[in-house]
Design a protein around this ligand. Structure first.
Ligand SMILES: *Cc1c(COP(=O)(O)O)cnc(C)c1O
Length: 458
């Protein structure tokens, strides 16, 4: 008789160790007791923000722009993380912020970012958001003909001039619900020519899904031509091109990622779960390298995108969210219990939920592996486990994949998910089950000294 082998049933997948910035590594290695204390005192999960890393990322992007011939401007796409410390860092570093709601705009202004450095995107913006943007001279990305009409009406009524970009529907992604098609764009340009007193057209913008540098450069090239011809037609302020965000982040090594994908299969996951697809966690070119690739893409004969922008005196803007947050935050969950599944793996339940790990709610999985910080030393022994949240939802799993730990996981341990600042930690959080929203702690490392404070405190 053939019996299914238990060991076979729970063979682990190829490992996906999370990459760690040196500062994150220092925090985990030198201060594990402080992490346990913080979670003890402030609750699980606890998000730890590292604005020092965020500032390094800002400077890395600025260096990349500095090394290119064209002028570049950086805005942080605020929706990727709500922490106040990030807005303060933007203000201190003199970069802009991209917002899409009154609440986000208030936070940006309140954090000290001047209105003219704030981009306002999002479709069919509310009357209040348009009015506030006008008052503070923000740069509005217009998404539809009706929105432009409403802005014109408002600007005329208040006798204020609106600074605006026209967001274009990219040729390569015609199914997108955002942006103006070429006909609408031509009409919008005509309206701006008719009403220069109230509508100041500053340029064009786009935002692409996916992570192709080539596609971004080609879309930018077409809009650069449009910028040049619009300016030649008399709209002299039309000299900006916003390339949006979508620069990839590398969470695991590209080699590990390739090996993982080769032998990924449903029985590596609890309940043989399958997914729509995964974020490209092992991107070969990411963050500032991806920007460098876009800038250096040949677009015309013997001319790169950056050279062409420089030649026509067009300022290139980008508004990354995820890429500016690379390695700028981690999330610690306390283990509440461990249940044997009797199938060669355990189900670890942590205090908190997968609402604090948003990827889990897009029929996908946050694949970079959490790190185990045991409550007390214990002998090494391989231990296979997946990770669930402490809610009553069957689908509330932080990790469906059966992950191999080097030690048994026990209650009181911490599981730390790395690199969670970009979209993972707070975009889906809710007070489900009457739980309060998790705290964020701002961490600063100064040599061997760790300083912390709650985010949002002055
Ligand atoms: C979400 C968004 C961004 C940021 O995207 P990332 O992938 O986080 O870089 C930038 N611009 C617009 C218009 C967006 O909607």
């Amino acid at each position: 008789m053939h019996l299914p082998s238990r060991t076979n049933a729970s063979q682990p997948s190829n490992p996906l160790a999370s990459l760690r910035h040196a500062r994150v590594d220092d925090l985990l290695r030198q201060h594990p007791a402080a992490l346990h204390d913080l979670v003890q005192g402030l609750g699980s999960p606890l998000h730890l923000m590292l604005p020092q890393v965020f500032v390094e990322n800002i400077r890395q992007f600025q260096r990349t722009f500095d090394q290119a011939p064209a002028t570049g401007t950086l805005l942080f796409a605020k929706k990727a993380n709500k922490a106040d410390c990030l807005i303060q860092a933007c203000s201190q570093e003199g970069i802009g912020v991209d917002v899409a709601s009154v609440g986000e705009l208030e936070k940006a202004l309140g954090g000290g970012v001047p209105g003219h450095a704030i981009g306002v995107s999002g479709p069919e913006k509310s009357e209040r958001l348009l009015a506030l943007s006008l008052s503070h001279q923000c740069l509005l990305a217009i998404d539809s003909p009706s929105e432009l009409q409403r802005l014109l009406h408002l600007a005329r009524h208040r006798d204020q001039q609106a600074r605006l970009l026209l967001r274009c529907l990219p040729e390569s992604q015609p199914e997108s619900r955002f942006g103006l098609d070429p006909g609408q764009c031509a009409q919008a340009i005509a309206l701006c020519r008719e009403h220069p007193r109230w509508l100041r057209l500053m340029g064009f913008s786009f935002h692409l899904g996916g992570y192709s540098s080539e596609q971004r450069a080609q879309t930018a090239n077409r809009l650069l031509d449009l910028c040049v011809s619009t300016r030649a037609a008399g709209l002299e302020h039309c000299r900006r091109l916003n390339l949006g965000g979508g620069l990839a982040v590398r969470y695991v090594s590209p080699g590990a990622w390739a090996r993982f994908l080769q032998q990924d299969r449903p029985n590596h996951y609890h309940g043989a779960r399958t997914f729509n697809g995964f974020y490209p966690y092992g991107a070969p070119r990411a963050t500032a390298d991806a920007l460098a690739d876009i800038l250096a893409t040949p677009v015309d004969t013997a001319m790169t995108l950056a050279q062409k922008a420089e030649r026509h005196a067009i300022e290139l803007m980008i508004e990354p969210g995820r890429a500016l947050l690379d390695q700028a935050g981690i999330s610690a969950f306390r283990v509440q219990g461990v249940k044997d599944r009797g199938d060669g793996y355990a189900l670890v339940t942590v205090q908190g939920s997968s609402f604090s790990l948003s990827e889990q709610w897009f029929n996908s999985e946050f694949l970079p592996e959490p790190l185990l910080l045991p409550a007390e030393p214990r002998p090494a022994a391989p231990f296979l486990a997946c990770v669930g949240g402490s809610t009553c939802l069957e689908s509330d799993m932080l990790t469906w994949r059966k992950i191999r730990f080097d030690q048994p996981v026990r209650p009181g341990d911490l599981l730390v998910y790395l690199n969670t600042a970009g979209y993972q930690m707070d975009s889906n959080e809710s007070p489900f089950h009457e739980a309060r929203l998790p705290y964020k702690v701002v961490i600063e490392l100064d040599g061997p000294t760790l300083r912390w404070k709650l985010d949002g405190l002055a």
